[in-house]
Design a protein around this ligand. Structure first.
Ligand code: A2P
Length: 326
């Protein structure tokens, strides 16, 4: 992938376009300063033009530094880059939405982000210091914010030119419907970013999103391989799946490339995180082969509605999205 071509983008409902492959930048296992800068610069050199970040990841200053360095050295122009950020749970109250976005822009030292998502439909009490504010007993301080009011404030950010497109993340169908049915809706969410991989293929949510012209962006498309910080070591390891290995052998591709190709073929945007140059490159080498219908069907058959990121600490939140089937 030397650069993102037209075929490798999907149209968004607001007229903008999103590259179908992006580089995830969430790296809680690598808190050292400088690691993200180096990885994102390498990613841009390899050919990534879509970078997926968030206030919550705590490294937007480094992502911004890398983007600005690659603009300064002539590798890319700002308009070649598609940067996604996300509004954190402690900023959902409408009066805080713009401040949340401005904090991100200040860290990035950029004038706008390409896509801004409501990270979760669940609010937490406003806090400047804590990502997860809790009381003395450790109980999370939930805030049952009206997500439609948050959405209206995000629309104003688009009108102010601080963001090109707006969307949501971790929304279930009824939460998407709440936004779509807003009496004064100005802009539809262009996308819903959710966990998506062959063990949680989101077929029903994908079908619904497609029917509403909402792009589904799949996070953790590789199934969180062996990341003890984020999931249980007893979790099933997607990339060890024998069916994926078998299909990979036929195409001379790795299981990671097979699961990424699977998503691209079904119109799902993928944002695998890697800070390892070989794996970063490997993850771009998915546009030179095609899975057969039978192979896609076999991969569909692996679904077991398995969430690597169930956010169990939020199950009693009134806006917890995963009680519904989809
Ligand atoms: P690394 O950065 O060491 O490559 P996420 O679920 O957030 O997208 O994270 C993906 C995880 O999978 C990261 O821990 C990443 O680690 C690892 N990874 C990325 N690409 C590959 C690959 N091609 N094969 C195996 N593991 C991968």
């Amino acid at each position: 992938m030397s650069e993102v071509t037209e075929q490798q983008c999907l149209p968004l409902s607001d007229g903008n376009r999103i590259p179908i492959l992006g580089l995830g930048t969430s790296a809680p296992d690598q808190p050292d300063k400088g690691v993200t800068v180096k990885a994102v610069k390498t990613g841009i050199e390899i050919g990534y033009r879509h970078l997926d970040g968030a206030f919550m990841y705590g490294n937007e200053d480094e992502v911004g530094e890398a983007i600005r360095a690659k603009i300064a050295d002539g590798t890319v122009k700002r308009e070649d880059i598609f940067y996604t950020s996300k509004l954190w749970m402690t900023y959902l109250s409408p009066a805080r939405v713009r401040a949340g976005l401005e904090t991100t822009l200040k860290s990035l030292k950029l004038d706008y982000v390409d896509l801004y998502l409501m990270h979760w439909p669940m609010g937490l009490k406003p806090s400047e210091k804590e990502l997860f504010p809790a009381d003395a007993s450790g109980k999370l301080l939930q805030d049952n914010v009206d997500i439609c009011a948050t959405w209206a404030a995000m629309e104003s950010c688009k009108d102010a030119g601080l963001v090109r497109s707006i969307g949501v993340s971790n929304f279930n169908r009824s939460q998407l419907e709440m936004i779509l049915k807003m009496p004064k809706l100005k802009y539809k969410p262009v996308c819903n970013q959710v966990e998506c991989h062959p063990y949680l293929n989101q077929n029903k949510l994908l079908k619904y999103c497609k029917s509403k012209n909402i792009v589904l962006v799949g996070y953790s498309p590789l199934g969180k391989p062996q990341n003890p910080n984020l999931c249980d070591l007893s979790d099933p390891i997607l990339l060890n799946d024998l069916e994926l290995k078998k299909i990979g052998e036929k195409h001379h591709k790795t299981p990671a490339q097979i699961v990424l190709r699977y998503q691209v073929q079904r119109g799902v945007v993928v944002i695998p995180k890697s800070f390892n140059p070989e794996r970063m490159k490997q993850n771009t080498e998915i546009f030179d082969f095609q899975l057969t219908d039978e192979e896609v069907k076999a991969i569909d058959g692996l679904n077991r509605n398995w969430r690597y990121i169930p956010m169990k600490q939020f199950v009693d939140h009134p806006k917890y999205p995963f009680h519904d089937e989809y």
